[in-house]
Design a protein around this ligand. Structure first.
Ligand code: A3P
Length: 348
């Protein structure tokens, strides 16, 4: 109970403070919290009457605020889910959206709809993992594994057939390299064998190993089709991950329109970190970049293999562009990898 109280307390403060912190730039959570309470009490009599402050003797002086019961502040099932794609920029997207006062996000990937061991716990369990939110805030979670899970499609639809979905995609070849590199680093961390990219994506006879998961996850058309069997394409907002890297604010504004929330995220809220090569969020506490596991420099891979893969993906890309009625420029991906490799070499 105590632990839950603390969790609730942190959630209350965080959610109540999201407005002043984001709008007025208060640095101190305590000051923000008090400011919100005073404003609510002074200016809104109906809210004033809806606040019940109670304390229970066994927790007084221990966890302080843990018995605030504020009827408008609740944990809600997500009204919007970032479903994928893995290694396409999902973490940066969620983190940047979290700056918006009308959006609350949970930081952990829930894996609720794709993993039976979580799904069996039921929707209440899932709801309890969501952050506290006010009625005009959109609750959002991201689990990129949902995009590739057929079970997730059905289960998300069962939860809420009108939920809004965001899919961020990236040049499929570069995404595959990024995905492989993440797996490779994990193998090496666990003293496993190194499996080069070329061995991963090609069979012994040199043909493309289309059953490999690293390549399959870049076949966006295949999985997008599954989602549109149950959801209207109007419910699925596609983010161009390569454009998002270059100018996050522009892509974020499209999401604000999609979510029908006020325009808030502007270019001055993001600053490019030249050494990292990616944008970081400008917060009152300072500039916050994603950690080193995001925006890694990819190792060199055989350019011939990249050429092969690029032509392999053409038919999947065409199908995807047709389905979403939009096209992305995914032909410059090889240059991107080479450029990054050069940077890595010169840094060594
Ligand atoms: P790389 O590390 O391969 O470059 P995800 O969060 O879905 O795992 O995606 C990780 C990818 O997000 C990174 O892949 C990087 O290219 C991309 N990305 C987009 N915007 C970013 C940002 N502002 N900071 C760091 N990485 C970002």
């Amino acid at each position: 109970m105590k632990g839950e109280g603390r969790y609730f307390e942190r959630g209350v403060i965080r959610t109540l403070c999201s407005y002043p912190t984001k709008l007025f730039g208060c640095k101190c959570a305590g000051v923000c919290f008090m400011a919100v309470v005073v404003i609510l009490l002074l200016f809104n009599p109906s809210l004033r009457s809806s606040i019940q402050l109670t304390t229970t003797p066994d927790t007084v002086g221990d966890v302080g605020f843990n018995d605030f019961h504020y009827k408008h502040l609740q944990r809600r099932l997500p009204q919007c889910i970032i479903i994928g794609a893995r290694k396409a920029g999902t973490r940066a997207l969620l983190g940047f959206l979290d700056l918006h006062p009308n959006i609350v996000t949970n930081k952990k990937e829930e894996h609720f709809f794709d993993r039976n061991e979580n799904y069996k716990n039921g929707l209440e369990w899932y709801r309890n993992h969501m952050p506290l939110s006010l009625p005009d805030q959109v609750t959002m979670e991201k689990t990129p594994a949902y995009f590739h899970s057929e079970q997730a499609v059905k289960r998300v639809h069962e939860m809420n057939s009108s939920v809004r979905l965001i899919l961020i995609v990236r040049d499929p070849v570069v995404r595959a390299v990024s995905d492989w590199y993440q797996l490779e680093l994990k193998r090496l961390r666990n003293d496993g064998p190194s499996i080069p990219f070329e061995t991963t994506v090609l069979r012994k006879d040199g043909s493309i190993n289309s059953s490999n998961e690293v390549l399959q996850r870049s076949m966006y058309s295949v999985y997008y089709k599954k989602w549109t069997e149950l959801f209207s394409p109007r419910q699925i907002h596609i983010v161009d991950g390569d454009a998002f890297v270059k100018n996050p604010a522009r892509e974020l504004e499209q999401i604000e329109i999609f979510l029908k929330i006020p325009h808030y995220l502007t270019e001055d809220m993001f600053v490019r970190n030249e050494s990292k090569g990616f944008y970081c969020a400008v917060k009152t506490s300072g500039v916050k970049c994603l950690n080193d596991s995001k925006g890694r420099q990819h190792p060199d891979v055989d350019p011939q293999v990249l050429v092969k893969l690029r032509s392999f993906f053409v038919k999947f890309n065409k199908r995807f562009f047709k389905a979403i009625d939009k096209e992305f420029n995914w032909s410059s991906g090889n240059r991107h990898i080479k450029h990054r490799s050069r940077k890595r070499k010169s840094a060594d």
